[in-house]
Write a protein that binds this ligand. Structure first.
Ligand SMILES: [Zn+2]
Length: 313
């Protein structure tokens, strides 16, 4: 298959505007999700217990976008969501704790994990205040090679996203909040397009640098991009061999007893996730959407699956 290398589609930033057609698609997904919610309520269907893992990126007040995939979240919306989780009695876990619960088959009621990908500077300046205020632990997945750089190369300049943290800032954040640190590779390239030697280097170097710099063990990982194609099963033993106990994808879904700990599902949260849409996602009513997108992408063109599956994160 002629796999197309990913371009500027990561970090939620698409190179082209998706415009009104995508909004129409998003609202259609909302409608189907609401219908699914209503049906489940009528049938009194109760899903098996699961752990949900949220994934945020930049926590910043950016101007409204015509790109509903943009994965920034305003500080106000972030606080609203965290307060909602706290008020509803969710039990906050680290990724490692969640993976242990899943492995033991002991899924706590309302288990939730708050994760951030890419180490935007706004995590320290905006998200940390909220995490401290509500005493919520979080996990940060760090693309180690980009720490201290002026910008993330996969995000178009001038769109208002905050820069990568510096090492000093990362150290401060780790001291200020209850933070689990995970690797997001060195270079933020999708592992599945790299050679085995490059994959080994990405996994090994990123973990070692983080441990040396921050003085704490690094045992969890998040796949860059994290779409369907980006976490083939042959990576699982490699991750294990390099000291990782769990890995997060960016595929929407829940984690049940039996979910593979190297392919944990997450819930992507973006700038247009108002509280009602956030609650829909949290309840699992959006889980079907990634499967549908995958099927649609494969129907459109087999050659495009490599890009489409990278999706919006
Ligand atoms: Zn990333």
């Amino acid at each position: 298959m002629g796999r197309v290398a990913p371009t500027a589609t990561s970090g939620g930033i698409t190179a082209r505007s998706v415009g009104p057609l995508y909004w129409a698609g998003l609202w259609m997904i909302d409608l189907v999700s609401l219908g699914w919610l209503a049906l489940r309520s009528i049938l009194r269907f109760h899903a098996s217990p699961d752990i949900r893992i949220l994934v945020y990126h930049d926590i910043a007040d950016l101007p409204p976008s015509d790109d509903p995939l943009r994965i920034s979240t305003s500080p106000g919306l972030f606080e609203q969501q965290i307060r909602f989780l706290r008020d509803q009695g969710y039990r906050f876990l680290s990724v490692e704790e969640a993976a242990a619960c899943i492995a033991d088959g002991k899924i706590p009621k309302r288990g939730i994990v708050v994760t951030f990908d890419d180490a935007h500077a706004s995590i320290l300046t905006a998200a940390a205040l909220v995490l401290k205020r509500y005493a919520v632990p979080a996990t940060l997945f760090v693309p180690v090679g980009w720490i201290g750089e002026a910008r993330f190369p996969w995000i178009r300049p001038g769109n208002g996203f905050s820069r990568p943290m510096t090492w000093d800032e990362l150290g401060r954040l780790a001291g200020e909040v209850n933070l689990e640190i995970g690797s997001h590779t060195m270079t933020h390239q999708p592992l599945h397009i790299l050679s085995r030697a490059e994959q080994e280097s990405e996994l090994d170097r990123s973990r070692r640098v983080l441990e040396e710099r921050l003085g704490r063990p690094v045992r969890v990982f998040a796949y860059p991009f994290g779409g369907w194609d980006t976490f083939p099963r042959d990576l699982y033993p490699l991750l294990q061999a390099h000291g990782y106990v769990a890995a997060c994808t960016n595929v929407m879904g829940a984690n049940h007893a039996g979910t593979h700990r190297m392919a944990l599902r997450r819930i992507r949260v973006g700038w247009c996730d108002s509280l009602w849409r956030f609650r829909l996602k949290l309840a699992g009513d959006y889980d079907w959407s990634d499967r549908a997108r995958r099927i649609l992408a494969s129907l459109r063109s087999r050659d495009q699956v490599g890009v489409e599956s990278l999706g919006n994160t």
